[in-house]
Design a binder for this molecule. Structure first.
Ligand code: URA
Length: 180
């Protein structure tokens, strides 16, 4: 079985568990050495069925391109595969319970892709993968856990809110080149 077939098995289990949800799975190259993991899709991602295609995703893609990469050089995914929304239909942060339910699937996804480096964007992705510490402490750091290498950086939506953090975001993503 190739990687896409193995991933398809994970997606079909998730589809079965969430038959009524609009689900957003992966994008990019399952053979990439670099996997980028975010928290959950937003409205644009839900509409297009792909992770990181809205405003924040475009900022992340633009930063990677400025560093000489193409989006398709990476494997991109989220921990939670549906858009968490509140009573008004607005995006909200996934709960610990939601993250816990999706954790086994993302672990399997990581095992299939088997990347050399996992880039965790944002606090939710970091905590969701079981890494402790604050974003202030961890951003720009490379953390090894369970035989995997993680690079931590800000969520691109945080850069949209505070453009002063853009140089650090760029500097963090610039480390990918040294690590693969
Ligand atoms: N934010 C995320 O964490 N993931 C997406 O796919 C889009 C926005």
């Amino acid at each position: 079985m190739d990687k896409n077939q193995k991933l398809e098995l994970i997606w079909s289990a998730i589809r079965k568990a969430y038959p009524k949800r609009k689900l957003v799975f992966n994008d990019g190259d399952p053979d990439s050495q670099v996997m980028i993991i975010g928290e959950a899709p937003g409205q644009d991602e839900e509409r297009q069925g792909k992770p990181f295609v809205g405003r924040a995703g475009k900022l992340m893609t633009g930063t990677l391109e400025a560093l000489g990469w193409k989006r398709s050089d990476f494997y991109i995914s989220n921990i939670v595969k549906y858009r968490p929304s509140d009573e008004l239909g607005k995006n909200r942060t996934p709960t610990d319970d939601e993250i816990g339910k999706f954790r086994p699937a993302i672990e399997k996804e990581i095992a299939v892709v088997d990347p050399k480096l996992i880039v965790l964007v944002g606090r939710v992705a970091m905590a969701g993968m079981g890494l402790s510490g604050s974003m202030g402490e961890n951003r720009g750091r490379i953390i090894e856990k369970d035989g995997r290498k993680f690079l931590i950086t800000y969520h691109p939506a945080a850069i949209l809110r505070n453009i002063n953090w853009e140089p650090q975001f760029r500097e963090d993503l610039g480390k990918i080149r040294e690590l693969v």
